[in-house]
Design a protein around this ligand. Structure first.
Ligand SMILES: Nc1nc2c(c(=O)[nH]1)N[C@H]1C(S)=C(S)[C@@H](COP(=O)(O)OP(=O)(O)OC[C@H]3O[C@@H](n4cnc5c(=O)[nH]c(N)nc54)[C@H](O)[C@@H]3O)O[C@H]1N2
Ligand SMILES: Nc1nc2c(c(=O)[nH]1)N[C@H]1C(S)=C(S)[C@@H](COP(=O)(O)OP(=O)(O)OC[C@H]3O[C@@H](n4cnc5c(=O)[nH]c(N)nc54)[C@H](O)[C@@H]3O)O[C@H]1N2
Ligand SMILES: [Mo]
Length: 738
C-alpha cells in the first residue's frame, strides 16, 4: 500500500533527492522537514528556509534521521518468548503475527464478550490518516470493544471550558499575542513545549517591543528566562488561591469591567460573594493566598492591578497546572479573570482557553474528515458517566474506561464496578506504562491480561510487555496529512523512503486484520488516495503543488481570536452554555451537587499537598514538566539528543543542602508507589519544596523494582480529578542520596 508515488523535488548537486515533509510528533509544533535521500537512505535533514513565517523544526525534527535508523527500532513482527515484561521475543512473519492477533480478538470476544477487549491509544503523530482511528474502525466493524477515555493533555481545561463557555473547541492563533500589551505565562513554557511552531518567535517580538511578560511557575522555565521580566514562583496545586486573590483585588479596587460582565456573563455576583467571603466567611485576600501559595501578598496585588488595567492582556494558562488534583478549578479561575477584565474575544486578550491545540472546528478553514471509526456496540445505549457535561456529547459514555484508571480496571474488573473483566489489550500510538500514572501498578495489571498487542516503532517499556509487537512506520516511511494546531496551515507528510525493515503503516496493519476478521468494506483507498480525498474537501486549491511543497500556508487578514464572534455579535452568536453567556456560575454544576465540582471556581486543597500528613514522610512536591528533547517518551533514546540535556531531577539548593546533596549526585526519589534513581540537578531554577522529574524518560525497573530509567510516572498517582484530569503534577516524594 505504501510506495514512492510522492512528488519529489530534484536537483541537489550531490545527487540527493529532496522530499518536503512535516514533523508533527505529538508536541506543540507542526514543522517543515526537508529530507535529503540518496540510494533510498536519508542522508540529512534540514528545515524551512523559505519566506517568513518559516515553520522551522526544532532539534527533534532535525534529529529524525537518527530516529528512523535507531538500533532500538522494532523492524519485524515479534512474538514473546520469555516472561511478560522481560523483553524476550523472537522474530515471526507478518502472516503469523496477524493470524495470532485476529485469532485472539475472536477468541476473547467469543469467550468473554466484546467488552473484555480493551483498546488504548494516544497521539503518536498528530495526523489525519495513520492514527488511532484505523484500529478504532477495525474494532467497531468487527464486533465492538471497550474504549479508553481522556485526552491526558488538558481534560481539566476541557471541563472548565465546557462549564464556562459551553464548548471546548476554541483557541486563538498565537500570532494574536502580537496584539497583547501584557502577557502572563501561567504555568506555560512555550519555549519548551512549542505551543505552535512560531509561538516563541511571536513572544520574542512582543518582548522586544517592551511589552510586559510575567511567568508564574514553580520553575524558572526557559520561557521565563527568555521572555519574562518577572518570575513569580508558586507552590504546585495552589494557583487557584492566587487567582482568587487577584480577583479579590480587582473587585475591591473596582477594576473589573462591569459593562462586559453585564452584557456577556451570568453568575458574577455569586463568584464575587465567594471571593469576598460572603459565602463562606473567608475573604480570599492576597494575605490569605500568600499563606497557601507562597506568593507574597504585595506581588499578587501588583499583578492584579497590572492585569486589570493594561488592555488587552493575555493571561495564558499552560496545561501543566491543570494536570492536578482539582485541575478544572485552575482553568475555571483563569477564565473567570479573563472575563472579569473583559479580555475574552478581544484581539490581544485571551479567553484563558487552549494555549495551543485549538479545536480545528473553530477556525475558518476546512479539511476533509478522513477515515471514521463507526459505531461501537459496546457503548450503544450505555448512559453518560457521572459528573460529565453535555458539551462532551457522545464521548461521555460510561462504557469508556478512563486511561488514567485503566490499570485499576484491569486489576479489578467487574468486582471493582467496571464494565467487564478485561482480557485483551490492544495499544496504538501510546506508551502506556510510561505515560500513564503509577507505572508499577500498570506493569502489575499488564501481567494479569491474557493477551497484549502493541503497535510500535520502538522497544518501549510498554512493548516489552506485549505478546505480539507489530512494527510500524515512521512519518518518513508513509504518506499522510496534518494541519497546524492553532493556525491556518495544512501540511503534507510525504513518504521519503521505503519502510525500514518490515514496518507497516497503521492502515496496512488494520487492513491485514480486517481481512482475517472477515470485514470486506474496511477500506478502499491507499494512503496517497486518502490524502487526495481529504484535500478535496479543503481550502487547498492546488493538490499537486501542495504535495510538492509539503505545505499550504493560508493567509488570513488577521489572526483568529477565540470567541470574537460571540463578543462582537452576541445576538447572532450566543455562547453555547445553557444561559447563552459566559458562566461564572454554572447551573449544570450546581445541579450535580458535588462539593468538589462547585458551580463557581473554588480553591480546594489537593490531596498530597504539603499539609497532608503524608508530607511528614514525603515532604517534597513533585512536578513532571514536559521535556525539550522529547515529545513525551518519543525521541528519548536518540544519542544526539541525550547528549544535550540528560534526564535529571531538579532540586532547589536549600533542599539539596539539607539532604547533603551536591549537583550531579545520584539520588533516590521515592514514595509508596515507587522509586526512581537519577542524578540531581541542584538549581535555583526550581523553588524550595518542589522537585521536577521531566516526564517521558523510559521506565526501566531493575531486579529490585527501582526505576533506573527516570520515568516520572513511577511516582505519580493514578487518580482522576473530579472533572477527569490526569493528576501528574500532584504527588509527594522524598529525595535522598544513594
Ligand atoms: N508524569 C506525566 N505523565 C504524562 C504527562 C505529564 O505531563 N506528566 N503528560 C501527559 C500528556 S499531556 C500526554 S498527551 C501523554 C502522551 O502519552 P503517549 O501518547 O503515550 O506518549 P508518546 O511518548 O507520544 O507515545 C506514543 C508511542 O507511540 C509509538 N508509536 C507507534 N506507532 C507510532 C507512529 O506511527 N507514530 C509515532 N509518532 N509514534 C508511534 C511511539 O513510539 C511511542 O512509544 O502523556 C501524559 N503523561
Ligand atoms: N518539547 C515538547 N513539547 C511538547 C510536548 C512534549 O512532550 N515535549 N508535549 C505536547 C503536549 S501533548 C502537551 S499536552 C503540551 C503540554 O504543555 P503544558 O502542559 O503546558 O506543559 P508542561 O511542561 O507540563 O507544564 C507547563 C508548566 O507548568 C508548570 N507547572 C506544573 N505544575 C504547576 C502548578 O501547579 N502551577 C503552576 N503555576 N505551574 C505548574 C511546569 O513547571 C511547566 O513549566 O505540550 C506539547 N508540547
Ligand atoms: Mo498532551
Amino acid at each position: 500500500m505504501t510506495g514512492l508515488t510522492t512528488p519529489i523535488n530534484r536537483g541537489s548537486s550531490t545527487g540527493e533527492r529532496v522530499v518536503m515533509t512535516t514533523c508533527s510528533s505529538h508536541c506543540g509544533g507542526v514543522c517543515i522537514l526537508k529530507v535529503y535521500v540518496k540510494d533510498g537512505q536519508i542522508t540529512r535533514i534540514e528545515t524551512d528556509d523559505g519566506p517568513e513565517p518559516q515553520y522551522r523544526a526544532c532539534v527533534r525534527g532535525r534529529a529524525y534521521r537518527q530516529r528512523v535508523y535507531a538500533p532500538d527500532r522494532v523492524l519485524y513482527p515479534l512474538r514473546r518468548v520469555g516472561e511478560r515484561g522481560k523483553g524476550e521475543f523472537k522474530r515471526i512473519s507478518w502472516d503469523e503475527a496477524l493470524d495470532t492477533v485476529a485469532g485472539e480478538i475472536k477468541r476473547v470476544r467469543t469467550t468473554y464478550g466484546p467488552a473484555a477487549m480493551l483498546y488504548i491509544q494516544s497521539g503518536g503523530d498528530v495526523t489525519w490518516l495513520h492514527n488511532r482511528k484505523t484500529i478504532d474502525r477495525l474494532l467497531c466493524m468487527s464486533g465492538g470493544y471497550s474504549r479508553d477515555w481522556g485526552w491526558l493533555s488538558h481534560d481539566g481545561l476541557l471541563y472548565a471550558m465546557a462549564a464556562t463557555y459551553g464548548t471546548f473547541t476554541e483557541g486563538s492563533m498565537r500570532e494574536d499575542l502580537l496584539h497583547s500589551s501584557m502577557i502572563i505565562m501561567w504555568g506555560w513554557d512555550p519555549a519548551t513545549t512549542i505551543q505552535e511552531t512560531n509561538c516563541s518567535w511571536y513572544i520574542a517580538q512582543v518582548k522586544e517591543k517592551g511589552t510586559r511578560v510575567v511567568a508564574v511557575d514553580p520553575r524558572y522555565t526557559e520561557s521565563a528566562a527568555a521572555f519574562a521580566r518577572q518570575w513569580i514562583p508558586i507552590r504546585p496545586g495552589t494557583d487557584v488561591a492566587a487567582l482568587l486573590a487577584i480577583a479579590h483585588v480587582i473587585i475591591t479596587e473596582n477594576l473589573h469591567d462591569q459593562a462586559f460582565l453585564d452584557k456577556y456573563t451570568v453568575g458574577f455576583p455569586k463568584f464575587k460573594d465567594y471571593v469576598l467571603g460572603v459565602e463562606d466567611g473567608v475573604a480570599k485576600t492576597p494575605a490569605w493566598a500568600e499563606s497557601i501559595c507562597g506568593v507574597p501578598a504585595a506581588t499578587l496585588q501588583a499583578l492584579a492591578r497590572e492585569y486589570a488595567s493594561i488592555k488587552p492582556a493575555a493571561l495564558v494558562a499552560g496545561y501543566g497546572p491543570g494536570r492536578s488534583a482539582f485541575g478544572e478549578q485552575f482553568h475555571r479561575a483563569i477564565m473567570a479573570l479573563a472575563a472579569m477584565t473583559g479580555n475574552v474575544g478581544k484581539p490581544g486578550g485571551d479567553a484563558g482557553v487552549k494555549s495551543w491545540s485549538a479545536g480545528m472546528g473553530s477556525y475558518p478553514f476546512r479539511l476533509g474528515r478522513g477515515m471514521q471509526a463507526g459505531i461501537n456496540v459496546v457503548e450503544k445505549g450505555s448512559p453518560s458517566r457521572p459528573n460529565t457535561l453535555p458539551a462532551f456529547g457522545y464521548a461521555n459514555s460510561s462504557a469508556r474506561i478512563p486511561k488514567v484508571t485503566m490499570a485499576d480496571a484491569i486489576l479489578k474488573g467487574k468486582a471493582g464496578g467496571y464494565t467487564a473483566d478485561y482480557k485483551l489489550l490492544y495499544t496504538v500510538n501510546v506508551n502506556y506504562i510510561n505515560q500513564l500514572p503509577n507505572s508499577n501498578k500498570i506493569a502489575e495489571a499488564l501481567k494479569k491480561l491474557e493477551f497484549i498487542v502493541v503497535q510500535e516503532q520502538f522497544m518501549t517499556a510498554t512493548a516489552r510487555y506485549a505478546d505480539i509487537i507489530l512494527p510500524t512506520c515512521t512519518i518518513l516511511e508513509r504518506n499522510d496529512l496534518t494541519m497546524g494546531g492553532a493556525r491556518p496551515y495544512f501540511a503534507c507528510i510525504n513518504q521519503a523512503i521505503e519502510p525500514v525493515g518490515e514496518a507497516r503503516t497503521h492502515l496496512e496493519i488494520a487492513e491485514g486484520l480486517a481481512q482475517r476478521l472477515g470485514i470486506k468494506d474496511y477500506n478502499d483507498k491507499n494512503d496517497n488516495e486518502w490524502v487526495e480525498d481529504i484535500v478535496k474537501d479543503s481550502d487547498i486549491t492546488d493538490y499537486k503543488a501542495f504535495r510538492r511543497q509539503g505545505s499550504f500556508k493560508m493567509a488570513l487578514p488577521e489572526p483568529y481570536v477565540a470567541f470574537r464572534r460571540q463578543i462582537e455579535h452576541p445576538e447572532k452568536h450566543p455562547f453555547l452554555t445553557p444561559s447563552g453567556k459566559i458562566e461564572f456560575y454554572s447551573q449544570l454544576l450546581a445541579d450535580m451537587n458535588n462539593p468538589v465540582l462547585p458551580p463557581v471556581p473554588k480553591y480546594i486543597e489537593s490531596w498530597e499537598s504539603p499539609n497532608d500528613p503524608l508530607a511528614r514522610k514525603y515532604p517534597l512536591q513533585l512536578i513532571t514538566a514536559h521535556f525539550k528533547l522529547r515529545a513525551h517518551s518519543q525521541f528519548h533514546t536518540l544519542p544526539w539528543l541525550q547528549e544535550l540535556i540528560p534526564q535529571k531531577v531538579t532540586i532547589n539548593p536549600g533542599d539539596a543542602q539539607s539532604r547533603g546533596l551536591k549537583d550531579g549526585d545520584m539520588v533516590r526519589i521515592f514514595n509508596d508507589r515507587g522509586q526512581v534513581i537519577l542524578p540531581a540537578r541542584v538549581s535555583e531554577r526550581i523553588m524550595p519544596g518542589v522537585v521536577d522529574v521531566p516526564q517521558g524518560a523510559w521506565y526501566q525497573p531493575d531486579e529490585k523494582g527501582i526505576d533506573r530509567g527516570g520515568c516520572a510516572n513511577t511516582l505519580t498517582r493514578d487518580e482522576l480529578s473530579p472533572g477527569g484530569a490526569l493528576c501528574t503534577n500532584t504527588a509527594l516524594v522524598q529525595v535522598e542520596r544513594v
